[in-house]
Design a protein around this ligand. Structure first.
Ligand code: NI
Length: 171
């Protein structure tokens, strides 16, 4: 397994619309394994392939609740149903490092996807998992969580990110 470099905003590749996967094969599983290792090392709870500069509709998620590892792999995920009810979570993103903001999304979603073995699955999700998969699926369409914020909030957050990078660069 290899750790892959994570690209960060404003890298234009993060705005790519990722392509559907044609076949879940060993090469794709190797990518998913590398993505999972990269996500754990970051550390994070979700990672989309485009964040490691691969424009494929592939996600890995592990909420690691109670420090228990439960890796999940999603290929070509689609939301087939979402609740009318919304919930807000303080979101962050490995491509917008160390910055967090509340984002409202449907509280529950039903997602259809191919799993690690290429089998079609459908699953209803709620709580943090529902938020996380919607955040990761946004990446497949070139959308970042900061796009859900008002321009004022987004500009403030990006200014903080710039400042943090300058401080790190000067150290
Ligand atoms: Ni993200």
């Amino acid at each position: 397994m290899a750790l892959l470099p994570i690209i960060e905003t404003p890298d234009p590749r993060l705005r790519t619309i990722s392509e559907p996967v044609e076949r879940v094969d060993d090469a794709l599983r190797a990518l998913m394994d590398d993505m999972l290792a990269t996500m754990y090392a970051a550390p994070g709870i979700g990672l989309a392939a485009i964040q490691v500069a691969v424009p494929k509709r592939v996600l890995v998620i592990d909420l690691q609740e109670n420090d228990v590892k439960t890796p999940r792999f999603f290929v070509n995920p689609e939301i087939v149903w979402e609740s009318d009810e919304f919930s807000a979570y303080k979101e962050g993103c490995l491509s917008v490092p160390e910055q967090y903001a509340d984002v409202e999304r449907p509280a529950r979603v039903r997602v259809r996807y191919l799993d690690y073995d290429g089998n079609t699955r459908e699953e209803e999700m709620d709580g943090l998992l529902a938020t996380c998969i919607q955040h990761e699926m946004d990446h497949l369409n070139g959308v970042l969580f900061i796009d859900h914020l008002s321009k004022l909030k987004r500009d403030m957050l990006l200014k903080k990110l710039d400042k943090a990078r300058r401080t790190a660069g000067a150290a």
